[in-house]
Design a protein around this ligand. Structure first.
Ligand code: GDP
Ligand code: MN
Length: 399
């Protein structure tokens, strides 16, 4: 789960990380009042969407207006808010369709001397938390990696020891800090790491971490993501979920307890078992098309759950074909077949459907599908199923 910048900053502040004062607002009048109260000379007005690159982003139809604006008076903050709220901001990370901006963050401006980069994430290969830092902040870390890879430093944390002070001080030195700034940077790393582990975060990215003209280090931008499986432990983090920013397909799937991840391909997949689901996505890719989703309907899913899953696939406007791949063990093929047939009747099957069933009650399942009168292509194995759905989708496109 992702959260907004202002929410991440509130969390970090509560862990003692230095963050400039700021207020989240939903109207131009509130923006003006917030700027007046901050009374900071320069005020930064920042669009709150779950995507980065806002500074370089552009509002649809407003080539001069980006998602991060520096203003000097409460009136200017109000005017900027008027131009930024309830409009669509396009950034490198939003895709061309952009995101509707519903909230702004009004922050006391900082005079920047230099921008650094700091992030904490899980290195799955190393099976450790890794701290990544660079003296080249402000731009995306992918760009830094391409242009100045030598400026990126990593430090892996031994889970049996935890973060040691010498690790963060060592990073500080590698970034070029001297004197008091070494301790200041180390303290930020320590507090950020405590926030990361305490809250079961999966990513914490500060870009930029700014060195100000008066020598202070402050977090100017913060992004946090959380492990869904840890959310039950953190009511305060759960409360930060913003449904407006989430994939509606994933929200619907979550209501039914389905393991569903929305993707941007065109072939909807309904599979039992995470491994088989991954293999199915791989084979679709190797046939030259891409999956619209990951979906593992699990072992003992009810008819209702399977039908809900199938409805989500059919309702997805990007889906040009559906592949059902069930290797029935615990999951009975007749239940899958019944759910597929009833959901297809309910929603209307408007795209090609290829079904591969194997395992428990496969004959009953196949009979249900064949007698349903629906236009379904039956496949014998996974490779056959992938070839058939790709061929069907392409034929439909060409038609
Ligand atoms: P992003 O573009 O979505 O990553 O948004 P950021 O919060 O990182 O802001 C983009 C850029 O705006 C930063 O890299 C800074 O250069 C600039 N910026 C943000 N806050 C301030 C500020 O308080 N003062 C100044 N001078 N620049 C700022
Ligand atoms: Mn940023």
């Amino acid at each position: 789960m992702n959260i907004h910048e202002y929410q991440a900053k509130d969390l970090l502040r509560s862990f003692g990380v230095p963050v400039p004062p700021g207020v989240a607002v939903g109207s131009p009048a509130e923006a003006r009042e917030a700027a007046r109260q901050l009374d900071s000379g320069v005020v930064v007005v920042k669009a709150q969407i779950h995507a980065g690159g806002r500074g370089a982003g552009r509002y649809v139809g407003e080539p001069a207006c980006g998602g991060v604006r520096l203003v000097k008076t409460p009136e200017d903050a109000q005017h900027a808010a008027f131009e930024m709220l309830d409009r669509v901001l396009v950034t490198k990370q939003t895709g061309p369709e952009g995101r509707l901006v519903r909230k702004l963050y009004i922050e006391a401006g900082s005079a920047i001397e230099h921008e650094y980069y700091l992030s904490i994430l899980l290195d799955r290969e190393a099976r450790r938390i890794v701290i990544v830092a660079s003296s080249e902040g402000g731009m995306s870390i992918e760009d830094v990696a391409a242009e100045k890879p030598e400026s990126i430093h990593k430090s892996w944390i031994d889970p049996t020891i935890g973060l040691s002070d010498h690790q963060s001080r060592d990073l500080a030195v590698k970034l070029g800090f001297t004197g008091k700034q070494i301790a200041a940077f180390a303290a930020i790393v320590r507090s950020a790491y405590t926030a990361f582990t305490t809250l079961d975060a999966s990513l914490l990215e500060v870009n930029p971490l700014a060195l100000t003209k008066d020598g202070a280090l402050v977090v100017l931008d913060a992004k946090m993501s959380f492990d869904e499986n840890g959310l039950f432990r953190h009511a305060n983090v759960r409360a930060l979920r913003d449904p407006d920013e989430e994939d509606p397909r994933e929200q619907e799937a979550a209501r039914f307890g389905l393991s569903y991840v929305g993707l941007d391909g065109t072939i909807g997949c309904m599979v039992n078992g995470a491994g088989l689901a991954m293999a199915t996505m791989d084979i679709i890719n190797s046939e030259g098309e891409s999956p619209a989703n990951f979906l593992d309907v699990g072992g003992g899913a009810s008819r209702e759950k399977v039908a809900a899953a199938f409805r989500i696939l059919l309702a997805d406007p990007n889906v040009e074909g559906v592949l059902v791949n069930i290797f029935g063990g615990i999951m009975r093929c007749d239940i899958i077949a019944e759910a597929v047939v009833s959901a297809s009747r309910e929603v209307g099957l408007h795209v090609p459907l290829v079904v591969r069933l194997a395992g428990t009650n496969v004959e009953e399942g196949m009979a249900l599908i064949e007698n349903s009168g629906l236009d379904v292509t039956v496949a014998s194995d996974l490779a056959d199923a992938a070839r058939k759905i790709v061929a069907a989708v392409r034929a439909r496109r060409a038609a």
